[in-house]
Design a binder for this molecule. Sequence first.
Ligand code: BES
Ligand code: ZN
Ligand code: ZN
Length: 464
Amino acid sequence: MDITTSKLENIDIELILTNANELAKTEDTVLLKKLSFKAEQDELCFLPESNKLYVGYSDDIASSVATSIRFLNGKEYVKSIKLTTSLDDNDSIYKIANGAILGGYKFDRYKSKKIDDCMSSMYISTPSQKDFSETIKKALKIANSTNFARDVVNMTPDDCYPRVLAKIAKDLADQNDLECNILKQKHIEKENMNALLAVARASRHDPRVIHLAHKPKNAKYKVLVIGKGLTYDSGGLSLKPSDFMTTMKADKSGACAVLGIMKSASELNIDIEVHGFIGAVENMIGGDSYKPDDVLTAKNGKTIEVRNTDAEGRLVLADVLDFAQQEIPDFDYIIDLATLTGACVVGVGSYTTGIMGHNESLKNKMKECAKNSGEFATPLDFNRFLAKTLKNETADICNISNTRYGGALTAGLFLSEFIKDENKNKWLHLDIAGPAYVEHAWGVNPYGASGAGVRMVVEFLKSL
Ligand code: BES
Ligand code: ZN
Ligand code: ZN
């Protein structure tokens, strides 16, 4: 969809953004009142005779626009939209454009009849009629990067396994001038990434470790972003019940967020050196499965007793985190993104990312960035008692804790064991298990992958 602030010739529908205060001043005030439209956040009121759609907003403009676009999506006659608003600043126009592209996202790869994308243009009419094209361009880049991440997450496990994910990363690198290095089985073995390899062992698809880099000249900072790329998580021998196994194609959401972040970093020319690392693995069952009771020696030398093969993401990340710190030792921040625990979803709900780490102010900064980007995220705090619950009689550490409670934090504390002491304050762990996959559309997210993490981490990079 084209978005512009210059007038269009034909307009099929007028979309009017309204808040409760503006309601008394519209052309349709009487009619809207009769229809008991209150202009609440995301509330819609369609006036078919005059071809107008009113949408309410209070604090989330992007969500209101996205909700309207979803409503109009099914209507074939709607090809061009005039969006009328009293908002007239860069920030609001950015949110409008973002909401339109994110809300208009469609995924029809597996439909025999392709969705005909008839909605082709949107003209944003502001009081000043100023040219907001630079702002719109930026909004489109970040929204398209998020949609790119969504596209990959939505691919089925049979279509997107580690080799394919690596190919997608390679193609992205070629198109966006990123450096790209892909480690195959032998190379991963040479790097002693035995925890990752154990998870991968029963799959007919070899694992891959992917490294992408965006290296602008005179970069101010160096940031490492690490993604959990479980192209499928069956649970392994600690097999998931079937109801919990469906949607586990989305266990590669952290990895896909990293791809989206790299795409944005390059397209927005962000003046930060950004390295993306992905552990691409499929967690399956078979005669060659790794087992509860196994003891693994991770790349950093620590031994791990496996007590649950479904706590696999932390094993993969353990090795990729250590690999990233080895490859790029002189960085400023290291941020991992992972659909790591069901416990995080229980704790904070399915809309919110859990932010963990040892650096209070860094966690708060990410919370702020998430908010500014339109994502929900909240800090969760470690403590020394939870850290003790990973202790193990047999090995250095166990891959699950000895308590039923605090699972998001104990998973985060497990990862912390693989962050070098000198880097502890540079590290953030983002558990995106809740928001990564959407089963009922909300905000700017239609059904399916949301691209969680892309907007907030890009906002973080821009804020440095
Ligand atoms: N990929 C799952 C976590 C998950 C759950 C993501 C729901 C998205 C939605 C992860 O690998 C897992 O299975 N974690 C276990 C850990 C447990 C065995 C300690 C979990 O959360 O149950
Ligand atoms: Zn699992
Ligand atoms: Zn998993």
